[in-house]
Design a protein around this ligand. Structure first.
Ligand code: OGA
Ligand code: MN
Length: 276
């Protein structure tokens, strides 16, 4: 290992050219990161919302070490098969002995922010690509700052003070009480406002009639899905992506059920409850 491995002057932040995201070049995540490099990554994440690292051949422990630079990696709330490193959560359609080894299958997953059905949702998520299908399975991120900022002033005013219920369709995933969050949240670190609703987990606007709620949510979902807010990532094996769930929503495209996709996921939670 060269003395200056992962030094700040070797690190490059290359924006995707899309509405969010940057590729980080010059770092090798099999080695520890010095503090100033971590700080620069943290800043880059606040600026670009999603960071991509390519060609990383990392172990589970190295993924957890990387995750811990940004907070505390914790075991996912969903139970999974016994595994050597419990902070690693498998996102996969692969079955072993008739049991899925991971979560989320092969279908389309609409836009969502991770774990928004909890009072304290996920803050940052990290996915590491281990095995990929030959087609499909791309992940798309929406820049929810940009989506909010582009709303017309009347609609922005209408959203003020509104809250929406977020709930998982697998009922056992949910806490006993209904969880609601502001429709527009302020990012605690940047102070910027971002739209915080998505078709996968957001159910209805508190206090609205069903018709009024679905009309407004449909309008917001259509708005945020516009290409001008969305960046698509076509995965390569050994890609690692970290994203900020407080200013982005993501979705995954389906892939053939006959093909295998294995991703390793780590998670950081926020101490803060989302606020407007
Ligand atoms: C997730 C998720 C998408 C993907 O792990 O939260 O949405 O591309 N995954 O696997
Ligand atoms: Mn997700």
């Amino acid at each position: 290992m060269a003395l200056n491995t992962n030094s700040i002057d070797q690190m490059q932040v290359v924006p995707t050219g899309g509405p969010l995201g940057a590729e980080i070049q010059g770092l090798d995540l099999t080695h520890a990161l010095p503090e100033d490099t971590v700080q620069r990554l943290h800043q880059a994440l606040l600026t670009h919302c999603v960071l991509l690292f390519r060609g990383q051949e990392i172990s589970d422990e190295e993924q957890v070490r990387f995750t811990n630079y940004f907070g505390q990696a914790v075991e996912h709330v969903r139970k999974q098969m016994p595994r050597p490193v419990k902070e690693i959560f498998f996102v996969s359609n692969v079955q072993k002995d008739g049991q899925p080894i991971g979560a989320l299958g092969n279908d389309d997953i609409p836009f969502h922010s991770d774990l928004s059905y909890l009072r304290r949702p996920g803050t940052l998520s990290i996915i590491y690509a281990v095995e990929l299908p030959s087609t499909g399975g791309a992940t798309k991120w929406c820049n929810c700052y940009a989506a909010y900022e582009a709303l017309n002033p009347d609609l922005k005013a209408r959203l003020k003070g509104l809250r929406a219920v977020h709930r998982h369709h697998v009922e056992s995933q949910n806490p006993p009480e209904m969880i609601d969050h502001p429709v527009v949240c302020t990012h605690p670190e940047t102070g910027r406002k971002a739209l915080y609703v998505g078709p996968h987990l957001t159910r209805y606007i508190v206090g609205f009639s069903e018709a009024e709620s679905s009309e407004l949510l449909r309008r917001l979902f259509d708005h945020m899905s516009q290409e001008r807010f969305v960046w698509t990532h076509d995965w390569q094996v050994n890609d690692l992506v970290i994203w900020d769930n407080r200013c982005t929503m993501h979705r995954r495209e389906r892939f053939p059920p006959t093909e295998r996709r294995i991703m390793k996921r780590t998670q950081i939670f926020n101490d803060e409850i989302p606020y407007e």
